[in-house]
Design a protein around this ligand. Sequence first.
Ligand SMILES: [Zn+2]
Length: 504
Amino acid sequence: MKELLDQYLSIRKRLKAYEYALYLISWDSETEAPSGCFDYRGEQIGVLVEESYKIETSKEYVHLIDELYKNRQELESDLRHEIQEVKKHIDKTKKIPMNQYIAFQVLLSKSPAIWADAKNKNDFSLFKPTLKEIIAFLRDYIHYLETDDCIGYNILLDEYEPGMTIEDYDQFFGELKTRLVPFVKQVLAKAKNQTNPLSQFSFPVNEQKKFCTYLQDVLGFNRTYGLMKESEHPFTSGSGSTDVRFTNHYYEDNVVSAIFSAIHEMGHGLYEQQCDPKYNGTFNQGGASLALHESQSRFYENVVGRSYEFWMKHYPQLQQQFPKQLEHLSLNDFYQAINQVKVSYIRTDADELTYSLHIMLRYDLEKAIFVEGLSIDELESKWNALFYEYFGLEVPSVKQGVLQDIHWAGGMFGYFPTYALGSAYSAQIFHHMKKDLSFKEVMASGNTKPINEWLKTKIHRYAASKYPKEIIREAIGEDFNVKYYVDYLINKYSHLYGISDYEN
Ligand SMILES: [Zn+2]
């Protein structure tokens, strides 16, 4: 056993080194790389990917994992979890015919450009054939991977959020449908003619950056082990707890965008930074799942960042940064402005209240495709019908409808629900956190340290050494329950929009 383990650890070390090199290259591609470098770069990436793939599929490695898996009861729990996951990954790879898999990768390398062109020309028919091919592959993929316990669309759902099934998501979105959709309609009616006082000003980018740097200290983002740069779309990436990076994007006419992107990405970043360093260099490194990751970013962005208590402390600082623009805007008006609800056709522009309805629409469609056999020829009209049902508006163009997201072009079906699940987790986590600490007091102290500590102890430190459902259960003493999320939203937005008699 000792020998097997030593061999495993030495191969893992090599695989992690390739992973680290590829992470750094991809970070550089998104932030600094000159536009002319990509052909040469592509060749180098190809070599690194091939080398690491060769190790992963080598007889020696596969045999090693098989042996360790057989004897997994002798391993300590962290390592046992890791070996189980590696084994699952290898088994999966073995079930998919190699030539079909490669053909799919080739398709996926071209499809985003085809999608982008179709979106630019506002013409769904240009993307349809590619989308049909992607779905045809995924149908085969499901077929190859089906087991006694997991079949159909569940295969895709499980891929992005381990343990989540159609049954779980139906219950989740069912609750949103019955309780949230009617409430949202009521808020939208109230919000109809409102204007946004922030939209009349311009906010110099350099000053926005200074404020985002200030926010790093407020949230306790550790700059010895992390940094912030710029990119077209904000994102976070990293490798282990000691190298965590995020990007932001600044718009002169929209200061709110950069502030909340920064807080959101730092939520992801704090999760990574607060993982127990003992997981660095292992396959238990990083967050436990997409939804759990998103629960942390949404928690900091919405629960903390869009709260009145947070800005009681930090609005004066923002006013100081932008004296001309904000001098006459009261804290209360600012708070209302950052929580304004309005219908957006575009998911990524949606506010906190309506966001998950955009996700629900996508889940409904994916389920229709993979469970009910909806044809791609019907997808556009089905999208528009559902949008009308949830938001009461006609979709004006495919650009603002079925063609808006890149996910499906990237073959990512089953991914979207994790966004909404993350938001819902954050509300449930908040409910339980408040039993241990006073949110008001923490916010008045000027930084989020006690909250960070709570999340670290209950969630972050475990990294990916356990399954997300397990981590949640142990952290808050119960399973996921959507009720907290809907209660949280109805409570917050009833207050904001003066809907005092809301029955729910
Ligand atoms: Zn996120």
